[in-house]
Design a protein around this ligand. Sequence first.
Ligand code: NDP
Length: 396
Amino acid sequence: MNKTTTLIIGAGGVGRVVAHKCAMNRETFGEIVLASRTKSKCDEIASEISDVAIQTRSVDADNTQELIDLIKDINASIVINVALPYQDLTIMDACIATGVDYLDTANYEHPDEAKFEYKLQWAKDEDFKKAHIMGLLGSGFDPGVTNVFCAYAQKHYFDEIHTIDILDCNAGDHGYPFATNFNPEINLREVSAKGRYWEKGKWIETDPMEIKMVWDYPEVGPKDSYLLYHEEMESLVKHIKGLKRIRFFMTFGESYLTHMKCLENVGMLGIEPVEHQGQKIVPIEFLKTLLPDPASLGPRTKGKTNIGIVAEGIKDSKKRKIYIYQVSDHEKCYEEVKSQAVSYTTGVPAMIGAKLMLEKVWYKEGVWNMEEFDPDPFMEELNKQGLPWQIKELDI
Ligand code: NDP
């Protein structure tokens, strides 16, 4: 009998997909426990999964002791953290204290500072090694699959990769004038921040949305794509040999950008508390209350996502350029797991990362990024678990 117990923390859009997908791979995940701040959200997800019993719990993942108690109580074998990036460190600490493997999909962020970096998570490497456990960072789509695509390109297509562009397109339409496809606070903090890319060993900062290009996304068409800073670049510049430049582009529609600019101009994206009728409120948190819950977009969203990488470099002394990408359809994702494609494309890779860890296909003690493992088993799982990818040779 499988003695594995899988603890999923976070019952949002991504948590829903992870719970469904772990249930579909029950032979690997064993007992599945879904815990989050609001237990009723866990219960709702569990009730959608009729063929596998999912246990549900309430936990405050900002509180390390509560997490330790929960992990011990259910005897967890692995923790899949799909709560918010603010909880990464407390959950990692609880895993160190209990000797349990850890996986997340997003870089730690401090709630009071709109800045994310791997420093504090990488600093736990020694403690993970001492506890004989593994931590896999950023096992979503981007970061996550994009890192694996880079590792796959490096392994099979290049002697040296010189440039990488990560291209993230969501051409879904949910019918609202303005809404975000994942947690609004995290999403708006990310896109309203200064842009940054890496060239010849240095980070170059841009104004928000300063650099724009049009990219023709297969199965979607040409879309305005804006340069942003994105966390996978921080680890990829360390791990891809010969890299000279890496950039990240994301598509935004005009309506989204106009709304965001207005909200920013009136101070609604602020993360500092302001006084309102004798009460302190954080503008971006209040905005989150007003905006549609990303989980509610699922049944309304139509259209496709296409996320991939274009890598250029040298193979056998010749120049080469390849494009690896994955297209998902919002409605098909919803049909399968009751979540739109942004949550789906994050939750499926989280499940795959955890599956490879539990099966010891990807297993090393310490804290690791995705591109530090053999990409082949992950790429195979993507094809099997609902995220088939394509590869194209491009003209130079
Ligand atoms: P949601 O906001 O939909 O869900 C987050 C969940 O975490 C909610 O259920 C929330 O509970 C719970 N939560 C928040 N704080 C706590 C806490 N202190 N204790 C316990 N539970 C808590 O977010 P998403 O599902 O859209 O995103 C989940 C994660 O995935 C985020 O970290 C996000 O950055 C990441 N992500 C990664 C992507 C990638 O490609 N790598 C892409 C998209 C997202 P409650 O409902 O009670 O507030």
